[in-house]
Design a protein around this ligand. Structure first.
Ligand code: WT7
Length: 649
């Protein structure tokens, strides 16, 4: 990590917001920071008042660490705030979604059309027995029906749980079982890099171990029979059949501010993912506010967040935040290099995208593919760029600024998490000067600090990132596991949230996020627990023990390296290596495929039995300690460990 710190702290370039950008920006100076500091609750109340409430709240905040309640007694509906109110306010004909499928098919939906389709689908869900409070799992490609289904669940008060379409059948059924979801919504298949992603077939596999699911709804994405599927009589229903005779009259259910809006699973330091819970009033307030100010969103903008709705970024900055702001958005199904590596730039040009939000791993891939690709397209409408998911290296920041932003677009590097619900540390683009690689300052109303292990504040230098007071969109817990909630986030310091990231602060108080300090890897912007991959490997019949570490990767940021001790009955071989990688893919999903597997007879452990991960990382990266191919020799690890300890000592 010290390499990263040295590297980042050499970064001295500063970019002021241009006078033109500032002149038109929602926030032009530091007034909101001062106002939020003066009266944090009044500030958040001002935001909450910009939503439509069926009944007002009576108390703003109840804080009994680690539990917070916001806008107590208030009644509202998230879907109503994203759709109905805009139609009521005369924006029915405004385009909500400009959707492009990977093969080039296209569908535009206005807010009125969204209202119509969401209401019908909400009625269809009700008809299939889904009631307020029932959990609904979604496993879908990036098609409009995914956004519509999410909103339909919110409309009737059924918490949704979207599972990213790249996860395996096992991951899907684990998530269904954990929350006892009653319904599963999927599609026959989706397109990814020209290939058919057989989602329904994966669901069928998952459904063998998902006894709580009563009904399955299937969207017909493949219009030309590219993905024939089995439909189980009585359990599986085509979306279009349900819609054909559904009424479009379905008033939005008044929900309590603290009613569960969704559960989204994310990896932690154990093998089992955590079901992060978000409720209605506070979450909607947080995503509404941050979308408006961080992306400086105006009625005429065309916003494009390239994330998948299967991740929190898609929940907050495709569905809820932008739609609560009545945005016009691009939604794209497929890969950035399909059919060619300029697909994103073609989409930006074709639809006149003005605000573009993507991840550093994508930017690094674009850099590799060359600056002549974006140069072939008209990107002149772009006025603001965003980054999320991992620290953005200054080279990638500068490349993005030059080649995508034409040196005129501010870049907002936004730090947040599944747990925080909304963006927490970010520049406000008209008010805050940026430095490549720094997420700059806490959003107004967010209290971020750096602390030492003992909870002492670090004003300048390195420490742990912390959030010291509650915020509206914070997680309300881990589904079914209050103890894990306390242990993971609230046991390091008293009543202070611990996100799990290391960070430094510079002389201007800017935050430079360094990455996870726990056993969680950030692979291409996706969080994967080392234990999760280890459990998947140990699940294989030939594996006795394994240890997984993250190693640097030029595009993914981090790649997965696994050390594996085989059972006596098995022999190391290239075929077995392939088989183990495939086994991890089947257990978790393609995002968790190890880059490298090293067979070893032993794992270096400290005297207390803790695996020496730093040593493993050095070995995996081929740093100093010699020939990794000889690891199977039982004495090798021991001698490496000794040399390592000598060197350290
Ligand atoms: C972890 C959260 C938030 C949506 C995407 C990921 C890392 C996220 C940044 C950033 C440095 C970042 C952190 C965080 N992270 N954004 N701008 N700079 N690091 O959500 O899967 O919940 O992961 O991603 O390590 O803890 P997530």
């Amino acid at each position: 990590m010290s390499d990263t710190i040295d590297h980042l702290l050499q970064e001295k370039r500063v970019f002021e917001p241009s006078p033109e950008f500032k002149a038109q920006a929602h926030v032009k100076d530091d007034t909101p920071y001062r106002e939020a500091e003066k009266d944090r609750l009044a500030y958040w109340e001002d935001w909450a008042k910009q939503l439509d409430w069926f009944e007002p709240w009576t108390k703003t905040l109840e804080w009994e660490p680690p539990y917070s309640k916001w806008f107590i007694g208030g009644k509202l509906n998230a879907c109503y705030n994203c759709v109905d109110r805009h139609v009521k306010n005369g924006l029915g004909d405004k385009v909500a979604l400009i959707w492009e499928g990977e093969p080039g098919d296209r569908r535009d939906l206005t807010y009125s059309e969204v209202l119509e389709e969401v209401s019908k689908f909400a009625n269809a869900l009700k008809k299939l027995g889904v009631q307020k409070g029932d959990r609904v799992a979604l496993y879908m490609p990036m098609i409009p029906e995914l956004a519509l289904a999410v909103l339909a669940c919110a409309r009737i008060g059924a918490p949704h749980s979207v599972v990213f379409g790249g996860f395996s059948a096992t991951s899907l059924s684990d998530r269904i079982v954990d929350q006892e979801a009653k319904m599963l919504i999927t599609a026959d298949a989706g397109w990814r890099r020209g290939k058919v992603l057989p989602l329904k077939a994966t669901c069928d596999e998952a459904l063998k171990n998902s006894p709580s699911i009563e009904n399955v709804v299937v969207v017909n994405r493949m219009k030309n029979g590219e993905a024939p599927i089995d439909m189980k009589e009585g359990r599986d229903h085509w979306y279009h059949d349900l819609m054909a005779d559904a009424s479009s009259d379905c008033p939005a259910e008044p929900m309590d501010s603290e009613d569960l809006l969704y559960i989204l699973y994310t990896s932690g330091t154990t093998g089992k993912p955590k079901g992060i819970m978000h409720t209605t009033g506070g979450y909607m307030t947080g995503v509404y506010a941050t979308t408006k100010w961080v992306f400086d969103l105006k009625p005429e903008d065309v916003f494009w967040c390239t994330a998948d709705i299967g991740w929190v970024t898609g929940h907050s900055y495709i569905v809820y935040g932008p739609m609560a702001n009545a945005a016009t958005q691009v939604m794209y199904e497929g890969a950035p290099d399909s059919p060619s590596r300029d697909r994103f730039w073609k989409i930006c040009a074709d639809h006149g995208v003005t605000v573009f939000y993507t991840a550093p791993t994508a930017i690094r891939a674009f850099m590799k593919w060359g600056h002549d690709l974006p140069a072939q397209h008209d990107l002149s409408k772009l006025r603001l760029l965003g980054s999320v998911g991992e620290p953005i290296n200054p080279e990638a920041w500068i490349w993005y600024h030059k080649n995508i932003g034409g040196e005129k677009c501010p870049i907002v590097d936004t730090w947040w998490q599944t747990e925080t619900g909304a963006i927490m540390i970010t520049p406000l683009p008209g008010a805050v000067k940026t430095k490549p690689g720094s997420a700059t300052k806490a959003f107004p109303g967010i209290e971020a600090k750096l602390l030492t292990d003992e909870g002492k504040e670090v004003e300048k230098g390195g420490g742990y990132l912390s959030i010291s007071s509650p915020w509206p969109s914070m997680l309300r817990g881990i589904y079914g596991d209050p103890q894990r909630f306390k242990d993971t986030y609230w046991s390091k310091w008293d009543g202070i949230y611990f996100p799990g990231d290391g960070c430094t602060r510079d002389e201007d108080g800017y935050f430079w996020i360094l990455g996870r300090v726990d056993d969680v890897m950030n692979v291409a912007g996706h969080r994967i627990g080392t234990m999760e991959v280890e459990s998947a490997l140990v699940d294989h019949q030939s594996v006795a023990e394994s240890a997984v570490v993250g190693i640097p990767h030029d595009v993914k940021g981090t790649a997965i390296a696994a050390f594996v001790i085989l059972k006596d009955s098995a022999e190391p071989s290239d075929d077995l290596e392939k088989e183990l990688k495939q086994h991890v893919v089947e257990q978790i999903g393609a995002i968790a495929r190890p880059e490298k597997i090293m067979f070893t007879a032993d794992l270096p452990k400290t005297r207390s039995g803790k695996i020496m991960r730093r040593l493993l990382r050095d070995i995996a990266e081929g740093k100093t300690l010699g020939d990794t191919t000889t690891l199977a020799d039982p004495t090798v690890v021991e001698s490496l460990k000794n040399r390592y300890e000598d060197k350290e000592g």
